[in-house]
Design a protein around this ligand. Sequence first.
Ligand code: NAG
Ligand code: NAG
Ligand code: NAG
Ligand code: NAG
Ligand code: NAG
Ligand code: NAG
Length: 927
Amino acid sequence: MMEGVVVRVSLIGLLLACVTTAPTNKNRDWDIYSFHINSTVTSRYATTIITSRVANRIDASQEIEFHVKIPKNAFISKFRMTIEGQTYDGVVKQKEEAQRQYTQAVSHGQSAGIVSSVGRTLEEFKTSVNVAALSKVTFELTYEELLKRRLGKYELLIHARPMQPVANFKIDVHISEQPGIKFLEIKGGLSTKQLANAITKTQTPTEAWVYFYPSKEQQTQCDGCGDQGLNGDLVIVYDVQRKNSIGELKESEGYFVHHFAPSDLSRIPKNVVFIIDRSGSMRGRKMEQTREALLKILGDLAEDDHFGLIIFDHFVSPWKNELLQANQRNLEAAKSFAREIKENGATDINAAVLKGTDMLNRHPREGSASLLILLTDGDPTSGVTNLEMIHKNVKEAINSKFPLYCLGFGMDVNFEFLEKMALENNGVGRRIYEDSDAALQLQGFYEEVATPLLTDVQMVYLGGSNLTQTNFSQYYDGSEIVVAGQITDNNRAEFTAEVIAISKSNKVKYSETTPSEEPIKASSDSNIQRLWAYLTVKQLLDKEVKSSGNEKEKVKKETLDLCLKYGFVTPLTSMVVTKPQGEDSQVAHKPKEGEKARESMLDTQASRAHASRVNTYSQVAHKPKEGAKSRGSMQVFSGSTAFSKQSKPDRTGRVQHSKIASDTVRIQSRESSISQHAGKVELSKTFSDAVRLLKVTGNAYPESSVELDELSGHSEYLLVPILQFLLPAEGPVRPLCYAIRSGLMVKLFRDPNNELSINGELSNVGWEGYQKIAIHYKSDQLIELNTTGVTFNNGQNAIYFSWSQNINHEKDSVSLLLLDEELEVTIGSTQVFIMLYKKDWLKFLWPILTQRPTGNNITGILARPPIAYEEVQGTTMKLKIDDQEVKVTKRAVVNYNVRSTPVVSCWYIPLEIALQGTPANFTVTQL
Ligand SMILES: *[C@@H]1O[C@H](CO)[C@@H](O)[C@H](O)[C@H]1NC(C)=O
Ligand SMILES: *[C@@H]1O[C@H](CO)[C@@H](O)[C@H](O)[C@H]1NC(C)=O
Ligand SMILES: *[C@@H]1O[C@H](CO)[C@@H](O)[C@H](O)[C@H]1NC(C)=O
Ligand SMILES: *[C@@H]1O[C@H](CO)[C@@H](O)[C@H](O)[C@H]1NC(C)=O
Ligand SMILES: *[C@@H]1O[C@H](CO)[C@@H](O)[C@H](O)[C@H]1NC(C)=O
Ligand SMILES: *[C@@H]1O[C@H](CO)[C@@H](O)[C@H](O)[C@H]1NC(C)=O
């Protein structure tokens, strides 16, 4: 191993000499000369088109990226690329079908047209295409959404971040609301002083136009904007007039929509029970923020409200056993109680919700509106923990008598469980993001339900069919009930709408007979028809969450048909984006709330070398569930191509590098054990046995040896150095070792049960170990290590520390202990230990799994259990592993598991045997 260092140094020289094109700042090489966002809102239904025109400014073809963020609530309905006069339209297909059709492609794909969520309100769409020298491309993305009224206003959010200053940048917004626009304001990070003169607002009673045309200079000057141009939101906030109580009824081409949001009603006193989780995981800031919000909320209760307060861990502790009136004295007492809430123990959600239900059930409800609000940050861990059982118990207990709202605090919650429980009980699930404004988010949610105006609302449409939801348990001030449907036989004369509900003092009834007509547009579907389809799909997706068995399948089928008909990318459909010949198609999936985009992409395998021989293949983009983080695009095995062109061995078997060529080098090639994969050759320079050159044109790894001369007829070789690793063997026997291509990204550890995965990027030639390691926990936590330091991103913010620091950081179930350049990461019952090694001027990371969780689907290189073997004596050395005879050679490998780095003699076995799988099993395309 000692000579190895010398050889390594020369190999670095080789590598550097061979890498011809260093990565350059791509943004400078292409020019977004026009970026246009056009948003049209009619009857609160917004259709937004983003058009980006880009020119390749260099005299060579290159990959050009389109990368935008859109509201999570929206459905993508169209994507189109135009290159050299040719258009490529995305086609919406059933998710599974798209997946199947493109599976092969996906398994080779290296970068996906990804839709992933990036924050509370936005998700990201990203794709790229190869554009010929000095040519242009136009990207066009359309998405649609129904604006939801919250706290008395609608918000149209437009995110603008073209990634560079753009000569022709425009945002055009046109809003048309027949009942009249009550007010309209422009907010968001882009609505600042510096940009004020770029914004124009024009308004008539029923229409508004907002134009945002910042100059190229302005695009670099605003807050948060810089060399990369604009980066921020434009938010159009508005509300509409409501002239009559029944609201606005509109129809077009056989479809109607009814917006109902009366405000001329007295508030109904409410009975509210707050159920607050104070389990150990709420410790610290979460608990503080909850207390802060609770104190504020208690302060906002009206005197004729009644309230209850339950805190729970593994015990359920109601403040008082009954609801009490929200008078001064009771509130003061409750506030003192709330100030004293301390975190402690496990989470018994079942008992807590049942207790709250019981309290509300025992309280008289006449003339009041009851509601339960649950706040938790974790899964049920105490009492009844079977999720289905909890759903069943809660549903039976509440029995549709009042709504249950479930607030999931942070990213550790099982949001699906909470959402389903809320939906089953006429409420909604809402995520509270762990951030500095969490108390405000809690208060904001409370405000939305603070003022009930009606209960038991029934919307009745005579002559209407295919209606969206018509029964609502409560209607709150500041919100809006929207119902859409078809007018049976398109017979407007027979159509009537009626609203029956209970207000504070009595039963109320509104009716209306003639809907106003939306002007017929040239487009094939009317706006109202699309609104109907959007709302129906949204509600069916919720219904699917709460149904099961045959019913679920039926709902799915119905949803799917609509999505396909209207071209919506939803959790059930995907958009296949076809690209020019020779390029990968892509598939964009809208993920379900909470689903992770990353996991499904991680396992896709990529090899550029292989890819270039496949004409069209695809990539899959998933829409992530709420909370999943975007990890950027996947990477390809980089550098290999440049390397291969320059470092072919010549006829004499010399590698074109004087340092190596001057050595007495015996170069061997080894043929693949799998004959149809012939051509995969390992060239190994054996004078120290420390450096191996391996040809990888496919994925099989070589076994037997031939002389180099036999190879000289070949024209192209990839010379790829490898790294060697030790493997534990069972018993007091010689350890095993294997070699793996340097620079690869590998799967170190994967525990799906605990949502924990660790990937590593192997060092390049000359180094040992890893250059980078990424630890992903749940959908949002990420610990990234490189040879400089460690970045811990807990989903909200990132902290960075260098290897020279000593750190003890503990939060929730994650603990990081950094001491003397050794980092111990403990996540639940898993522990990894990562050491920083410095050899000469080289630095690398070395991970060890020190504590293994239980579970039988744990995979990854670190998790590989010791291998049992028997030696088979003969002329060539063989081992018997798993009843298979394997030819082996003896080698020396450094054991970096211990700081003294002893050199250990080992049996060298093929990679497939060592890691029990094909490269696909242990490589990843993204850290
Ligand atoms: C914006 O989109 C609408 C609807 O597609 C279209 O009528 C209008 O002309 C577009 N505006 C601009 C400036 O392109
Ligand atoms: C509307 O309802 C009718 C039956 O009332 C049904 O036949 C039709 O398929 C429905 N249309 C859609 C688009 O769901
Ligand atoms: C709406 O509520 C009324 C009265 O409770 C009930 O008769 C009707 O079936 C409900 N409609 C739906 C679609 O659930
Ligand atoms: C892990 O394996 C068990 C059975 O071996 C299976 O039931 C479970 O679904 C697996 N978990 C995941 C997350 O794949
Ligand atoms: C390691 O990561 C930090 C933070 O992302 C970065 O500043 C630093 O340059 C990286 N170091 C190396 C060697 O990549
Ligand atoms: C390797 O991948 C194949 C195909 O995906 C799979 O069938 C096999 O079980 C995997 N092996 C291991 C050890 O994970």
